[in-house]
Design a protein around this ligand. Sequence first.
Ligand code: PMP
Length: 429
Amino acid sequence: MVQYSQFTHEQLRALKDELEKKYEKFKAEKLSLDMSRGKPAPAQLDLSLGLLDILNSSETLKVEENIDVRNYGVIDGIQEAKKLFADLLHVDPKQVIVGGNSSLTMMHDTITRALLHGVVDSIEPWHKLEKVKFLCPSPGYDRHFAICESLNIEMITIDMLSDGPNMNQVEELVSKDPSIKGIWCVPKYSNPEGTTYSDEVVDRLANMKTKAPDFKIFWDDAYTIHHLTDEHAQLKDILETCQKAGNPNRVFIFASTSKITFPGSGVAVMAASEDNIQFVKQQLAFQSIGPDKLNQLRHVRYFQTIDGIHHHMKRHAELIKPKFDLVLQILQTNLATLDIATWSKPKGGYFISLNTMDGCAKNVVQLAKEAGVTLTNAGATFPYGKDPNDRNIRIAPTYPTLSELETAMDVLCVCIQIASINKLLQSSK
Ligand code: PMP
C-alpha cells in the first residue's frame, strides 16, 4: 500500500467508493459493540470471586488494635490494609489513608475540601481566590477534567510528551501564576497513552518553584501494577523526591483496587506526607464515621501480601494482553503504511491512544457510532472535551471479547480510512 497523501484525487475517490461499500456492509450487520470505557471483562472479574467467600460468620472479624471491623470507626482504615497499600505505593503506613470504594471520589473530595477549607500549606481556602486553575497534561483522563469543570476550576492544557508532561510549559506557568493550584498526573501507564513519567519529569515536578505555596500534584497512580508484559515500567518515588526537594507536602497519591478486584466494590487509597495525612484525617472525620472496613479486610485476607496482588495482576495480564495484541495487529495490518494514523503501544494500563490526521477524530467516532461501534467521545481526553487538533481517540480493548474486538477494530479502521480520505479530498479542493 502507498501513503494516501500520494494518491491522486481520482484514486482517492475510487478508494472511498470501495471503503464505503465495506462500511455499508458493516452497517447492515446492526452491530452493537462498545470500546468506550476501560472496564474489566467478566473473565477478569471472575478472578476475584474468592473475595466474596473469604469472610464468613465463622471468621474472626477482629483486627489489629482490637478493632471489630463490623462496627463504626477507624477513619483512615484498618492497619492491615494500610500496610498492604503502603507496600503497593512504596510508602510508610503512616502516610496512608485507606478509604471507601473509589479513588475518584477521594480526588474529588480532596479538591472540594481544598476549595472550602484549603490544604495544609494554604493561607486561605481556594474558593477565596478569584480564580483557581489546574494544569491538565493531555491527552488525559476525562473524569479528572470533569471534576475541574464541575467545580469551576479553569483548566490549562499541557502537552504530553513521550516521557510525561511538557515540563518547560509546566515550570513556566507555575512559577508565575499563584492561582495555579494543582496538576493532574497519571504517572504510570497513563490514561490514555500508556506513558510512564521519566525520572527527570518526577524530579522537575518535585523541585519546581511554584508561585502558589499550596500547589498540589494529584498523582493518580491508578495503573501502578497493571503491567501487560514482564517488562515493568519503573516510576521514580514522588513522595520521597518531594521530601528531598524540600516540598514534602506537595503531592497527594491516589490508587484503588477497582481494576484489580471489582470496580465499584474495590478499596481506594491515598498517600501523602504525614502532615497532609493528619490534616485530611481531621477533615474526613466530618464526612464519615469510618470506611467499609469489612471490604478492606476482605481484600487483606484475599491477597495477604503485595506478592499476592502481583500474582493476581499477572492473571489479569494473561486475559487482556491478547486483546491489546489483537488491536495493535489490526491497526498495523490496516493502517501502518497509509500514513494517516499513529498509535501507542502500551506496556501496561487499560488503553491504546490513537491519533488520526488532524481534524478527523470527530468524524471517525461518528462514523463508527453509526456502524454500531461506540468509542469514547472524540475530544474527551482534553479539557472541556475539546481536542485542539481533533485527532485523539481512546481505545479501550479490555471489555469486548476477542471476536467482538476484531469486528470493532475492522469497523474502526474502515472509518479512519474514510475520514482521512474525506479530509484529503477537502483539502485538495
Ligand atoms: N483514575 C484513572 C486514571 C482511571 O482510569 C480510573 C478508572 N477508569 C479511575 C481513576 C477510577 O478509579 P476508581 O474506580 O478508584 O474511582
